[in-house]
Design a protein around this ligand. Sequence first.
Ligand code: HXC
Length: 233
Amino acid sequence: MTYETLLVERRDHVAYVTLNRPAALNALSTNLRQDLKQFFTTIQAAQDVRLIVVTGAGRAFCAGADIKEWTEPASIVEDREARGRLDFREAMRRCPQPIIAAINGYALGGGCELAMGCDLRLASDRAQLGLTEVTLGIIPGGGGTQWLPRLIGRGKALELILTGRRIEAQEALRLGLVEQVVPHEHLMQAVEELAQTITSRAPLAVKYAKEAIVRGLDNTSGVALVEVFDLDP
Ligand code: HXC
C-alpha cells in the first residue's frame, strides 16, 4: 500500500514508517492523519510485522498539528468531529506490536503526543520536545495531558504543559520522557539495534508483555480524555 504523506518500508519483521512532509516539518495535516490511521489500522493485523518504528523525514519528527489548516473556519464541534473521524491514535493504541519513536528533530505539540503514543522513544541529540499548545491558546488534546504525567510525574508535567516550554533531548532523557539520546547520525542504527533485539525475543512473550503493561497503566486515560473534551464549549 502506498501513502501520499508516509513512506513505509518493511524489513526483518519491522515496519518503518516515515512522516513525509519535510517542507512543513511533518505537521499533521488532514491527509497525514488519515494516512496514519490507515497505516496503523492495516499494520496491526500484519502477523509478520513484530515491531513498528515511527520517524520523520528531514529535520523534524513532527511539528504538531498543521497550523495552516486552522485558518479555514469550522465550528468547534465540526472540527472535533472531523478530528475524531481521522483519529489515528486509537488505531495506534490497538497495535499489538511495540512501537518505537525515532525522534530525529522537533517533536512539538501533537508531534510530541505522537512520540508519547509510541512505546519507546529514542531521540537524536538534536531533538527538541514540548507540549507547546498553551502558547497557541489550546490544551494538549491528543493524549498529552494523560501521557506526560504518567511518564514524568505530575509536577514536571504541569510545569511543561502550563508553560509550553520546549526542552532539549538531554533534559527529556533526565525527565524520563525519552529512553535514550543518541548522536544524530547514529539514531537509526541505535533504533535498528533495539528493534532487532526485541524482535529476536519470543514473539508472543513480547506481545503479551506489552499488552499487560499498557492495559495496566492505561486503563483510565480514555475516561480522562472524554471528560476533558466534555468541558469544551
Ligand atoms: C504547519 C508548520 C508547522 C505546523 C512548521 N511549519 N510548523 N506548518 N503547521 N505546526 C512550517 C513553517 O510554516 C515553514 O513553512 C516550515 O514548516 C519550516 O518552519 P520554520 O518555522 O520556518 O522553521 P524554524 O524557524 O526552524 O522553526 C521550527 C519550529 C517552528 C520551532 C518547529 O516551525 C514552530 O514553532 N512551529 C510550530 C510548532 C508548534 O507550536 N506545534 C504545536 C501545534 S499545536 P514555510 O512554508 O513558511 O517554509 C498542536 C495541537 C495538537 O500540535 C492537537 C492534537 C489534537
